[in-house]
Ligand binder design. Structure first.
Ligand SMILES: NC(=O)c1ccc[n+]([C@@H]2O[C@H](COP(=O)([O-])OP(=O)(O)OC[C@H]3O[C@@H](n4cnc5c(N)ncnc54)[C@H](OP(=O)(O)O)[C@@H]3O)[C@@H](O)[C@H]2O)c1
Length: 322
């Protein structure tokens, strides 16, 4: 089974650009649809990539894109459920649209086009009974995908870190800027996994036909509280923060306030942080295909020290809608 043509949906984002690097070492042709070509312009230098502006919520467009592809990879995801800022959907509807309806649509298109493989990005602890709409929608997306393409392979990472992340990099920037950093949900548990490990695992999966139909939880070697991680990010960036951990009710109120202000946190994020984003204890640092996860302490210093500058560029791009 040779994979030569890949449709990479959601490939313009953070994980997408790292996956592109991993795939670029292969002899493949990759098509990346985007809502705005401008957002994917960092992919244009890759000689084997076609960036196309397309409405992937349209079945006919998706069928055209999927035709002749050996593999389809779906990375589309949103952290906020809508409310006008992301895609004009009412609260929560954005999750359903991106994680469930689109996921099912992509799987049906892949199936109809005769693609050999479908790789679908979900999230750790996706569950129909989860307290957050984000995690419930990711679980419903898995069901929709499996119904249309039973041989799909699912990836469920904890929080992903590495060059260009919007997690540790942002906290590193906040530690440097804020004289006092109130931190919601300080005891929330994460097992961060390096973006290059995620990308390498997904790329390698294409060589392993036995991974069809499987689900892989992806975690790093160690469990941290959010407080540990924010403290680490500040120190690695050379600006230890003055962090003020908030209790449960202030955490919820802060999430609500930031949600109303269109800030980086919502009440749904608060609810997802009530579920430990950790793998089974025996899985610590074990990735598929014999791979060992890389420790945060090795990678963090390589990119967090210039995180403030990069986060500033990202804010600028966001403000300019690019
Ligand atoms: N980053 C993490 O820590 C983390 C952890 C667990 C799971 N995940 C999952 O991993 C995947 C990739 O995450 P990421 O951090 O790379 O996300 P990202 O940087 O925000 O990229 C998301 C991609 O999805 C596309 N997209 C977003 N909303 C869309 C919509 N309504 N319709 C069509 N396309 C849409 C965007 O494409 P255009 O804007 O170019 O159209 C973009 O390429 C997601 O499924 C996410 O849920 C991420």
């Amino acid at each position: 089974m040779t994979i030569e043509n890949i449709l990479l949906i959601g490939g313009s984002g953070y994980v997408g650009r790292h996956l592109m690097n991993a795939l670029s070492r292969r002899n493949v042709r990759i098509t990346v649809p985007t809502r705005r070509r401008e957002r994917a312009k960092h992919l244009l230098p890759f000689p084997m990539v076609d960036v196309v502006e397309a409405d992937i919520h349209d079945d006919a467009t998706l069928a055209r894109l999927a035709a002749g592809q050996d593999a389809v990879i779906n990375l589309v995801g949103v952290l906020k459920g809508g409310g006008g800022k992301t895609d004009g959907q009412p609260w929560g509807k954005g999750f359903d649209r991106a994680h469930v309806e689109l996921a099912g649509r992509v799987a049906r298109a892949a199936r109809a086009a005769g693609a050999q493989r479908l790789l679908h990005m979900s999230a750790l602890k996706a569950d129909a009974e989860a307290p957050s709409a984000y995690l419930r929608s990711k679980a419903a997306g898995e069901v929709a995908v499996r119904a249309a393409f039973p041989g799909a392979t699912f990836f469920r990472p904890s929080v992903i870190y590495g060059q260009g992340d919007r997690f540790l990099t942002v906290f590193a920037g906040l530690c440097a800027m804020a004289p006092l950093l109130p931190l919601a949900c300080p005891a929330a548990l994460f097992q961060p996994v390096w973006v290059e490990d995620v990308a390498a695992t997904m790329a390698e999966c294409l060589d392993h036909s036995e991974s069809a139909g499987q689900t892989f939880d992806l975690c790093g070697p160690k469990v941290y509280t959010l407080l540990d991680l924010v403290d680490y990010a500040g120190r690695a960036a050379g600006s230890p923060g003055n962090i003020m951990p908030l209790g449960d009710i202030p955490s919820y109120l802060m999430a609500w306030m930031l949600e109303l202000l269109g800030g980086p946190m919502t009440r749904d994020n608060y609810r997802s942080m009530q579920v430990p984003s950790t793998c089974a204890p025996g899985d610590c640092g074990v990735l598929p295909f014999g791979r060992r996860a890389t420790a945060l302490e090795i990678i963090g210093p390589t990119y967090l020290s210039d995180g403030r500058r990069r986060a500033g560029y990202d804010d600028f791009r966001e403000g300019a809608k690019r």
